[in-house]
Design a protein around this ligand. Sequence first.
Ligand code: ADP
Ligand code: MG
Length: 315
Amino acid sequence: MHEFDLIKHYFTWTPVPSEVRLSVGDDAAILQIPPHEEFIISVDTLVEGVHFPVATPAHAVGYKALAVNLSDLAAMGAHPRWFTLALTLPAVNQTWLEEFTRGLRELATEHQIFLIGGDTTRGPLSITIQVMGTAPKYQALLRQGAQVGDLILVSGNLGDAAAGLAVIQQRLNLAHEEATDCIQRLNYPSPRVELGCWLRDYATSCMDVSDGLVADLKHLLKRSQVGAKLYHQNIPLSGALHKLNLSTALGLALTGGDDYELLFTLPQQHLEQLKQYQLVNQIKLSVIGEITQQIEQVSLDYPLVNLPDGYNHFQ
Ligand code: ADP
Ligand code: MG
């Protein structure tokens, strides 16, 4: 298949949204953004063998490449709008491309984000997606803004994806059903886009958890110039992780990567509204701690080893 036919077949999407004046096919795309909104842009690359295991199904690769980017938009409270795709392929394998596009398109359709352009090259498998979103001017959520006394919350469960990866790499043994669930979480993260948009009116700071809770929390603490106290009993664990011993499960939840959940801070007076949101939207949200004055210090009421620097233990 010739490169131009490939682009036409797999990456020329329809129907084109009205604000996209020009899409795939020219030298660049042209977009129109509403006057009261601003652009929010992020890019992430997934390299085979580095960001996802070799032999990950093509459908999952397409899905995840977009999911990790949507998660960054979610963390900002942005509405997803458009994306570009730079694809490096070792060879043109039509079965692989068919499945890759199906996974990509499934999530794109769910979040109404539209492919407006990209680049296709030959080389070791790598996928770069740049996402573009919008939010009302000056309303986006940032990592800075957390205040002493704010509650610290996280969406979903933590540590499943890390457990899934450990199973694939034969570093961890789980029963068949739990192993399958964890690998599913590794391959198919759920970007919390709607939650992020809702949080614009309530959260004081927000980010997504991609490199492990404690490591990411420390970035938020640094930007906000505050500290954090975490309660180990509130760290949200799936049924699969509950079957492990507590230290192993907490280790995965606090330091494992690839969760793509939202980590945010909330003034205590908004807790009732949050509970309402949680009820209506059937999403798991856990209060895992509180913001403190000790700049960049994370403390946990459980004696875990192997936590990053700046961590300390309290009773
Ligand atoms: P140029 O040489 O001008 O960069 P290309 O041949 O790379 O043009 O791309 C032609 C058109 O196809 C452009 O509109 C580009 O955005 C689009 N395109 C190329 N590869 C992809 C892809 N993987 N996904 C989406 N659009 C693509
Ligand atoms: Mg090009």
